[in-house]
Design a protein around this ligand. Structure first.
Ligand SMILES: [Mg+2]
Length: 204
């Protein structure tokens, strides 16, 4: 083994969606579509690439997301109903949490997520482990989204380490590749069991 492989990373940068929480986007589009009287395919077509991206870039606040998404779907829902519907597709990934908890204090923990203010607000109280992270890099707060280099550099700055000292886990291959291009040790997240093996291989 090379030294680089046996030296544990100083920082672990973790994706949120499909790592710490599952997000069933098909369900989200189905439920939003059903409420608006549209097919899920049509709901997805109207949202992806428009409101979705603007929300992830932090260009839309809570009320902006509600107005934009409802407008795109041709409906008008009160904030309470919309907010519940907009976050209906999350399930906490319980199996992975003990492993992450075990890393607190052993490595810098940084969250790196493409998300919007409403999803972040819904998830934070339901994922108390996030309060034990050293830093949360949320696209809607920093104005950059994965796979843009700037958001990975922000995560490294928050962790206070060089790219080669950080390991990054994400379920989307394109985002892993973007991290590797910057010299970060990128890993594809698949399952809690595989994550455990990957961490052991990293010396964690
Ligand atoms: Mg993800």
């Amino acid at each position: 083994m090379t030294p680089a492989m046996t030296t544990p990373p100083r920082a672990l940068i973790l994706d949120l969606g499909n790592v710490l929480v599952f997000h069933d986007n098909a369900m989200l589009f189905r439920k939003l579509g059903a409420r608006a009287g549209l097919s899920s395919a049509e709901a997805e077509r109207r949202l992806i690439g428009t409101s979705w991206t603007a929300a992830n870039r932090g260009l839309l606040g809570a009320e902006g997301i509600r107005r934009d998404v409802c407008g795109a779907l041709g409906m008008d829902l009160p904030a309470d109903e919309f907010n519940a519907l907009w976050s209906c597709h999350f399930t906490i990934h319980e199996a992975v949490l003990p492993r992450v908890e075990g890393l607190v204090g052993r490595v810098k923990l940084v969250l790196l997520s493409n998300t919007n203010v409403l999803h972040a607000a819904w998830l934070r109280p339901r994922l108390p482990i996030l309060e034990r992270f050293d830093s949360l890099v949320l696209s809607c707060e920093v104005g950059h989204v994965k796979p843009e280099p700037a958001i990975y550099k922000e995560a490294l700055a928050r962790a206070g380490c060089e790219p080669g000292e950080a390991a990054f886990f994400d379920d989307i291959r394109e985002f892993v590749q973007a991290s590797s291009a910057l010299g970060i040790r990128g890993h594809l997240f698949t399952t809690a069991a595989t994550f455990d093996e990957q961490l052991k291989a990293l010396g964690l």
